[in-house]
Design a protein around this ligand. Sequence first.
Ligand SMILES: [Zn+2]
Ligand SMILES: [Zn+2]
Length: 129
Amino acid sequence: MTPIRRKALEALHADHRPVGAYDLADRISPAGGRRLAPISIYRALDFLVEQGFVHRLSSRNAYVACLHGHGADEVVAFLICEACGGVDEDSSPAMKKAVAAIAQIRQFSPSHQVVEIVGRCEHCRGARS
Ligand SMILES: [Zn+2]
Ligand SMILES: [Zn+2]
């Protein structure tokens, strides 16, 4: 793995919130040095997404490290907290079956299977002001 890919992955693992490509460029560019070119960041992120190390959250145009190491054909549900911005992911055999059934009925061949659920995480639900 190239240094940029490794650093990008480490930076995403260090934060449980989704990180945009430009924000990521700031975080992994050398201190006092030139900021990494966006094209280098996007290439590194594309690689990490392809390999299944990282997920792209379409609705936020941001990236999160994969927490589960599941297969590429898994249907992943993201639980996105609107209060703290935290993201958790989970999957279930029942959800995978249901999505596969819908795709089959529609004769649809999925390439990217992500469910985004927005709401409040366990932590933020408990913290009432
Ligand atoms: Zn994952
Ligand atoms: Zn939260």
